[in-house]
Design a protein around this ligand. Structure first.
Ligand code: NA7
Length: 541
């Protein structure tokens, strides 16, 4: 652990060109790029190691749902050629091993302070610099501040009466103990059936004596069909990795160019042909399912056909018809974050797994011995919260960020996040948010979104250096127009129509604003255009 190291480029201690918050995929790459520019940079990371999301989310079955060959950095040809991924989807330990390898290979750790949580960042107008304060009292000064704090990095633990009285251990999937948890012989209760619940439930079920799943909203899930990577396909991709990456960047979610969406509306084919197309993609597994037709996410009637197809699969897998009905979601499919699974619905056929429907019997309290719903008390040895995150803005707003004139980001975003390009906020000069709200972020392959932002920020800082600019700040007009644009694009889709963390709807009291921007290629083109027009929409001084 290295705190207070900061003598690079002959600058005084704790004075840097740039401070980067977070040593996940964003922060690590940002550091690499700043070094390329010859700038002094310090990364502040609250964990004891690199990896961000993949450092914290160590729950049983944790795995990425983007194909391994796509979920990796593209900036170094040797790195992408040399690294071998064993399976179609990478496990959490495998991704963390990869990110540690990257940190070692590029000697990144020497500029990262671990176990260092940022408490506040204040823009000092007279000096034109950010003063960053950590929880343990360290102060750093930097011209630029980049928030690589991640979109899903503030775990959400709902306030349930009596939680403190529970006598057994309570875990959260988003901050899982490093030493792991042995559920053997235990009665386990798990709250939440999003990706984390859907991934961990089948694994915990195999170990636990009894598993009680407390489900508030049933979820659609598409079989992952994970398995060893196809070596021939890997060789083909590696023969032209750059081409593969470029093709992926042209896809709306910056991935899956090898399995693009069919350009056919769902209702233009008859029922038999439609089911065949769904079945084909169901057999392939994973997100290509949603590309069966081109209007699943924009037309409710089309969406209903996909939803009904998945419901029919749930009914065919789950043997108890009552349980099957409880597991069948009524809502728009893929409107909440889409999920892929391995043996999730099959798990409910096990005699040690019990589904508790919180819609008919809500949780009233956590007691010393377990969870009490409106009709019974479930005795448990431990409880797992798989209840997600205060997504996209949670971590940014936990830090007391104050810009020009003492303007606080918390106040500025009281009614929801507002910015320009998801990158920059008026009133907060030289502050950049990597994959911030208002950018494609969580609707894309995150690594692609991160690389695009880090490279854009790097080019911007380079441009400023070459043109003697000290400060860059988005204009109010640019912010207003951008917010309008993001809302208009979201409104062309079905996304805003249901309760999801995309909308902040999972956090009581959080403003309902659709935060990510659908459509990576148009967004990336806009960012390029802004740069080509000498940072149109920004004030440069
Ligand atoms: P998610 O997707 O936000 O899922 C959280 C789950 O927890 C979801 O089923 C919620 O039900 C449930 N939840 C949240 N609060 C409560 C309360 N108070 N009571 C009962 N149930 C609750 O988080 P994940 O960690 O699974 O996944 C996050 C992302 O990681 C995922 O989207 C991928 O990007 C990877 P709800 O649906 O809100 O009714």
């Amino acid at each position: 652990m290295e705190k207070n190291a900061g003598e690079s480029n002959g600058k005084s201690k704790n004075k840097f060109d740039i401070v980067i918050v977070g040593a996940g995929i964003s922060g690590m790459y940002m550091l690499y790029k700043m070094r390329e520019l010859g700038l002094s940079a310090r990364v502040l990371e609250k964990g004891s190691g690199v990896g961000g999301t993949w450092y914290w989310n160590r729950y049983p079955g944790a795995r990425c749902d983007t194909d391994t060959l796509e979920y990796s950095y593209s900036f170094c040809e040797e790195l992408q050629q040399e690294w071998e991924w064993p399976e179609r989807y990478p496990t959490q330990p495998e991704i963390l091993r990869y990110l540690n390898h990257v940190a070692d290979r590029f000697d990144l750790r020497s500029d990262i302070s671990f176990d260092t949580k940022v408490a506040a960042a204040t823009f000092d107008e007279s000096a034109g610099r950010w003063c960053v304060r950590t929880e343990d009292g360290m102060e750093l000064s930097a011209q630029f501040l980049v928030m690589g704090t991640g979109c899903l990095s503030s775990p959400n633990t709902p306030r349930i009466e009596g939680t403190d009285s529970f006598e057994g251990p309570i875990y959260h999937t988003g901050k899982w103990p490093h030493e792991g948890v042995d559920f053997t012989g235990k009665r386990v209760g798990i709250i939440g059936t999003g990706s984390s619940g859907v991934q961990s439930i089948p694994v915990i079920a195999k170990e636990a004596d009894e598993l009680f799943v407390f489900q508030r909203t049933p979820q659609y899930a598409i079989p992952a069909r994970n398995g060893p990577v196809d070596r021939e396909a890997v060789a083909e991709i590696k023969a032209d990795y750059a081409g593969f990456r470029a093709r992926n960047r042209l896809e709306p979610s910056a991935q899956l160019s090898h399995y693009p969406a069919n350009d056919v509306p769902a209702l233009e084919v008859d029922d038999t042909e439609r089911d065949q197309m769904y079945q084909e993609r169901w057999d392939v597994g994973g997100f290509p399912f949603y590309g069966a037709f081109n209007d699943i996410l924009i037309n409710q009637e089309a969406n209903d056909t996909a939803a009904e197809f998945v419901r029919s699969k749930i009914r065919s897998v789950v043997t108890d018809p009552e349980v099957a009905e409880m597991l069948c979601p009524p809502h728009t499919i893929a409107c909440k974050r889409a999920i892929i699974d391995t043996g999730y619905f099959e798990t409910y056929n096990r005699s040690n797994v019990h589904l508790v429907d919180l819609q008919s019997t809500p949780i009233e309290a956590i007691t010393a011995n377990g969870i009490r719903t409106s009709d019974t008390e479930y005795e448990l040895d431990c409880i797992v919260f798989a209840t997600g995150f205060d997504a996209m803005t949670g971590t940014l707003l936990k830090i007391d960020i104050q810009g020009r004139g003492g303007l606080s980001l918390r106040e500025k975003w009281e009614a929801g996040p507002r910015n320009y390009l998801g990158l920059s906020v008026p009133g907060f000069p030289n502050l950049f948010t990597v994959t911030g709200p208002g950018s494609p972020s969580v609707l894309t392959n995150m690594v692609v979104a991160i690389e695009q932002h880090v490279e854009w920020i790097t080019d911007c800082i380079k441009y400023m250096g070459e043109h003697d600019h000290d400060s860059i700040e988005a204009t109010q007009k640019a912010e207003d127009e951008w917010v309008e644009h993001v809302n208009a694009v979201a409104a062309t889709t079905l996304y805003p129509t249901c309760t999801s963390w995309y909308l902040g709807a999972n956090i009581p009291g959080k403003p309902r604003v659709f935060m990510p921007l659908p459509g990576f290629p148009d967004y990336a083109a806009k960012c390029e255009e802004v740069a080509a027009k000498k940072y149109e929409g920004f004030d440069l001084t």
